[in-house]
Design a protein around this ligand. Structure first.
Ligand SMILES: [Cu+2]
Length: 506
C-alpha cells in the first residue's frame, strides 16, 4: 500500500515538474527569452550568497560547538611535555589557514554574484599583471616559510632521540592483528634481542632466550609510567602496518614490520590529575565540562561519572584490518612510588613461562640472579637448622644436587649448591656433617644401596677437593630404606631420590 502511494506521489510530482516547465516556456515566449534568463541568473546569484553566509556560519558554529572534543582545546590539554609545542603549531596553522579560508570563500562567492551572467556584459581579458603575481606569490611564501620553519623546529625537537648517557625508560610496543604486545626491560633496564624466526606460540615476540637481557623482560597488559620521566618507546609490528598512537600525549608513530621506529616523550600529568581536570568545577560550582559529569552507564545514574573512570589510552591509528578497533590498551601515569610498586609486582616472561621447559635453551646454565637466589635460600635454611633445637630440624635437603640416571656422576648444575655447602663449612669450622644418599624403591635393593653410598661419597670427595677436612664429613648410603614420600607415584619416587646432609656437630 505504502509503495503504491509513493509511486503515485512520484508520478504526480513528475507531472507537476513537466507542467511547470511548460508554463515557464510559455511565459518566456510571452516576455522574451533573454529577460527570463537574466532573472534566473540574478536569483541564482542571490541564492549562492545566502548559501555562503549559512555555510560560513555553520563552519564557525560547529567548530565552537565541538571545541571541547578537539585534542588541543578545553579539557584535552596535552599530557606530555612536547605536546604543547605541537599544539601551538596546530593553533598557529589553524589561525592563518582559517583567515585565508574565510577570505577566499567570501571572495569566491562575491565574484560569482558580481559577475553573474547579464545581457550585454562582457568578460574582461587580462593576460598578465605583475603586481598581482607578486602579491599572491609573496604573501603565501612568507607565511609558509614561517609555518614550515616553525614546524621543522618543533619536529626536530620532538623527534630527537635520547642521549645514551641520560636517564630514560625504554619500553616496546609491537602491533599485530589485533592487539599491542607490550614489553618492559625489567630490573636491568635493557630490552633483550629479538629474532623474528624465533616467534612461536610460547614466544610471541621472538625473544632470543640466549640473550641474558631477555631474562627479566616482562610483558604487561597495560602501559604504566611514572610522571616526569623520559620514555623512549620502541615501536614495531609483526604483520602489517600499525600505528602507535597515544592521543593525550601527542605521540603517534607508524609501526612498520621489519623496521623499528621510536618516539620519545615525557608524561607530565598523572591519570589522577587529568581526571581532576576533566571533572573541574567553574567559579559558580558548576561542572566546567558537563559532558564528563555524565554517568558511564547511561541506564544507571549511580554508576561512576565519566571523568572518574577516564584513562589515557593507546590506540592503533592505522586501518589495519577488521579487528582494528580492538587494539586499545590502557595507559596509566602514576607517581614514582606507585610505579616502583607496580614494577615489583611484574613477573619476568621468561622465568615464569619459558624457564625449565622444552623451549628453554639455557637449561644447563644458571643465571647470576638464580645463583644468588639459591645461595640466599641455602644460607637461610642452614641458619634455621643451626639455631634449631630438635634433632629432626638438623637435616637439610640438597635439592639442587642431582646425578645422572643410574650413576654417581654429578649433574653440571649441582656444583653451585655444593659450593654453597663448602662455603658454609668454611664459615663454621666446628660444623661436621653426615652426607646421605637415598633412592626410590624401584630396582634391586642391593644395587640401590650401593648407588646411594657412591653418590654420598661423591659429594664428600667434592667437598674434600674444595679443602674441607675429611674428618668433618661422613658419607652414608641409605638406599630406599628412608623414604620421605610414597613410592607408588612418580612424584613420590622423585622426592625419595635425594641427597641430604645432617649437622652432627656445630
Ligand atoms: Cu593496527
Amino acid at each position: 500500500m505504502t509503495a503504491l502511494l509513493a509511486t503515485i506521489c512520484l508520478i504526480l510530482i513528475a507531472i507537476i515538474v513537466v507542467q511547470i516547465g511548460k508554463v515557464t516556456e510559455l511565459a518566456s515566449k510571452i516576455r522574451g527569452e533573454e529577460e527570463v534568463q537574466d532573472q534566473t541568473n540574478g536569483r541564482h546569484a542571490n541564492y549562492s550568497l545566502l548559501f555562503m553566509v549559512l555555510f560560513l556560519a555553520a563552519t564557525v558554529v560547529s567548530a565552537l560547538y565541538y571545541k571541547n572534543s578537539m585534542l588541543w582545546y578545553g579539557p584535552n590539554e596535552s599530557a606530555s611535555e612536547h605536546g604543547s609545542s605541537l599544539d601551538s603549531i596546530f593553533n598557529i596553522t589553524l589561525f592563518f589557514t582559517g583567515i585565508v579560508f574565510i577570505i577566499t570563500q567570501i571572495l569566491l562567492f562575491y565574484f560569482a554574484w558580481k559577475y553573474r551572467g547579464e545581457q550585454g556584459k562582457k568578460a574582461l581579458y587580462m593576460p598578465h599583471d605583475n603586481r598581482l603575481e607578486v602579491i599572491w606569490t609573496v604573501i603565501p611564501a612568507v607565511v609558509m616559510t614561517f609555518l614550515v620553519v616553525g614546524g621543522l623546529d618543533a619536529w626536530n625537537e620532538v623527534m630527537a632521540d635520547v642521549d645514551p648517557n641520560e636517564e630514560f625508560i625504554e619500553i616496546e610496543g609491537t602491533g599485530y592483528q589485533f592487539a599491542w604486545h607490550l614489553r618492559y626491560p625489567g630490573p636491568d633496564g635493557k630490552l633483550g634481542a629479538r629474532d623474528y624466526k624465533m616467534i612461536s606460540a610460547t614466544n610471541p615476540l621472538g625473544q632470543v632466550w640466549e640473550d641474558e637481557k631477555n631474562v627479566d623482560d616482562f610483558h604487561p597488559s597495560e602501559i604504566y609510567l611514572p610522571v616526569g620521566k623520559k620514555v623512549r618507546v620502541r615501536i614495531t609490528a609483526r604483520d602489517v602496518l600499525h600505528n602507535f598512537y597515544l592521543p593525550h600525549f601527542r605521540v603517534k608513530m607508524d609501526a612498520v614490520p621489519g623496521m623499528p621506529t621510536y618516539f620519545v616523550f615525557t608524561p607530565k600529568t598523572t591519570t589522577e590529575e587529568y581526571r581532576q581536570k576533566l571533572g573541574a568545577l567553574d567559579l559558580n560550582g558548576q561542572p566546567k565540562y558537563p559532558e564528563w559529569h555524565e554517568p558511564v552507564d547511561p541506564t544507571d545514574p549511580e554508576s561512576p561519572k565519566k571523568y572518574e573512570s577516564f584513562d589515557f589510552e593507546l590506540a592503533c591509528a592505522e586501518l589495519c584490518g577488521s579487528g582494528h578497533y580492538a587494539m586499545r590498551r590502557v595507559v596509566k601515569i602514576v607517581s614514582e612510588g606507585e610505579y616502583q610498586d607496580w614494577l615489583n609486582k611484574q613477573q619476568s616472561y621468561y622465568l615464569s613461562t619459558i624457564r625449565g621447559t622444552e623451549d628453554d635453551p639455557n637449561k644447563d646454565i644458571l643465571f647470576e640472579s638464580e645463583i644468588k637466589a639459591r645461595r640466599q635460600e641455602f644460607n637461610d635454611n642452614l641458619e634455621k637448622a643451626l639455631s634449631a633445637e630438635e634433632a629432626a630440624a638438623k637435616t637439610l635437603l640438597l635439592n639442587h644436587v642431582n646425578f645422572e640416571t643410574g650413576s654417581a656422576n654429578l649433574s653440571k648444575l649441582s656444583v653451585y649448591q655444593l659450593d654453597n655447602l663448602a662455603d658454609a663449612l668454611n664459615k663454621y669450622p666446628n660444623m661436621a656433617i653426615e652426607i646421605s644418599g637415598h633412592t626410590d624403591n624401584t630396582g634391586d635393593p642391593e644395587s640401590n644401596q650401593q648407588l646411594s653410598g657412591q653418590r654420598a661419597q661423591k659429594v664428600k670427595s667434592y667437598l674434600v677437593d674444595k679443602g674441607i677436612a675429611e674428618g668433618r664429613l661422613t658419607a652414608v648410603g641409605y638406599g630406599s630404606s628412608r623414604p620421605v614420600a610414597g613410592n607408588d607415584t612418580e612424584e613420590g619416587r622423585e622426592q625419595n631420590r635425594r641427597t641430604e646432609f645432617r649437622i652432627t656437630a656445630q
